[in-house]
Structure formats: C-alpha cells, structure tokens
Write a protein that binds this ligand. Sequence first.
Ligand code: GDP
Ligand code: CA
Length: 312
Amino acid sequence: MIAAVAGGVGGARMLRALCSVVDPAELTAVVNTGDDVVLHGLHVSPDVDTVVYTLGGAANPDTGWGRVGETWEAMAELRALSGGRLSWFNLGDRDLGTHLYRTARLAEGAGLGQVTAEIAARFGVATRVLPMSDDPVETRVTLAGGEEVGFQEYFVGRGHQVQVSAVRFAGVESARAGPGVLEALSEADAIVICPSNPVVSVAPVLAVPGVGEVVARRRERVVAVSPIIAGRALKGPADRLLAELGHEPSVVGIARLWSPWAATLVVDVADAGSAPAVEAAGVRCVVAPTVMSGPEESAGLARTVLRSGVAA
Ligand code: GDP
Ligand code: CA
C-alpha cells in the first residue's frame, strides 16, 4: 500500500502517474481541503475534485481542473444576472452537479470523506481519495497591505497577483484527521509528498493534528517530489509564496521545508547541481526528470519515486 499527500493539479498528476505503475487500489490519496469554499450555498472542494476527476479520466486536460467537455450555461446566466459580481469563481455545468450532490449529502449528515467516496465511485476511481479532514479547515491569506482574505479570494479573485505576508489554516487546531487518514499513513509501505504547492496545498494537510506526526514518525519511508524546478513553479504562485514567506524558492528551500517529514527528495535534472545542498539539509537527494509532460515521463517519475521510497 502506498499513501500520498496531494493538493490539486500537480498532486493529481502525480497520483495518476503512480496509478500507471501500481494497482490503483493499492494507492490512498490524502488530499488538501483548506481550499474548500462555500459558493452560492454549495460546498466546493477544488483539490478533492481535481484529484477525483483526474483519476477518473474526467478532468479537463488543458486546465488540469474542472471537467472535460464542460459547458458553462449556468455561469453565463449568473454573469448576466449579476453583472459579473457573483461569477468570479468558474463552476461548469457538470461540475455544479458534483457540488449540488456534495452539498445535499453533507446536509443529510454524511461526512466529507463518505461523500467523496461516493463521488469517486461514480467516476470509477479505484484509488481511495481521502479528504484530510471532515472538519472545516480554511486557508486564510494575509495580503501585504494587512487585509486577510480566504484562499479562493486570493487565488482566483485576485489571480494570485498580490503579495502575501502570512498564511494560516483556520480551524486546523481542532480538526480531526479524516476517516482512514491516519491508518493509511501508518500502514503505507511508502508515503509520497506530491509536487503540489508546499505552502497552501501540502502544509495544510501536515498541519492536521496527528497527520504531520505520523508522517514525521515514518520519515524514512517518505519521498517528496519538488514542485520547484530551477527556482520556478511550473504553474501557479508556489515560487512567489515561498519567497514571500521567507523560504528559499528552490529545491534547497523545499528540502529544508520538508526535512522534518521526508528522508528523500526527488529533484529535477535541471537542479542536479543543488544535490549537495539538498543533502546538507539532511535529505537524501534523487535527481531525475520530474516534469510530467506525458504518460511516459509521468510513469518514469512514478517508478523513481517508488524505488526511492520503498528502498529506504
Ligand atoms: P493547485 O491546488 O491547483 O494549486 O495545484 P497544486 O497544489 O498541485 O500545485 C501546483 C504545483 O504543482 C506547482 O508548484 C507546480 O510547479 C507543481 N507541478 C505541476 N505539475 C508538475 C510536474 O509535472 N512536475 C513537478 N515536479 N511539479 C509539478
Ligand atoms: Ca489547490
């Protein structure tokens, strides 16, 4: 059994890659819910949905999030009615079905983990997709001017173009790990920290009481893949967020960040020169191609990751 900690797009791609080299039923994904947001009364779980859609072969391959073959009739109507005021967060018609279902089931008293299992089953996903917690945890971002906003307001509303001075995970202190999460991490032969945004996708998962502790206890079997390549994120604000919060936006910064939790870090061949500095941070460094540009490249990375983790 393999366990993996994942955020949205980068995490989902890593999970899909792992599924191409191991039995998907042998993989458990522990997914960030700090990005979850209630919009128009609907509970939206962006990272969980990205993982489920991707593993179910139903994700939009161009964006990495949302559904393939999506239509946008409801959004167009909402935009027309509100003059754009209420349509800043794009929810496609098919995607809305997921959020309607999740919201209805939560109102009936089902937990987020249970509802996620139901949605994953509809997409034929054999991998267990576990939200990090059934309890609400809200990633909140303090902007350089001092104003604090919700994660989606920062990421989507402001297009992550504003400077950030702090990030916190509201509610995390009292959140309990989701059903099955601690067991999966305790029993896994290897734990993969996916190349997701370290600050806003991986950190909230590790901040859930018990989760970070189990991962740290199993450090020798934990392999992280750097989302930073040659000092840059492939997509999104991970590089800027690291720098703004005082971390070096490099594989060395990632090694320092994950050293309490991961014994091994896989860095891209572009960062081969930084291997000694990664090792100086107390983390074994594996150099390999890490850009998941296609199925072959992705499978190659997955094999590297599993070799590095299980052999440890
Ligand atoms: P989000 O939830 O949609 O923001 O997605 P993630 O939390 O997964 O974060 C995106 C991160 O994944 C960025 O920092 C990217 O650099 C990283 N990423 C995406 N694709 C790849 C890839 O193929 N290889 C590596 N190494 N990192 C990737
Ligand atoms: Ca996310």
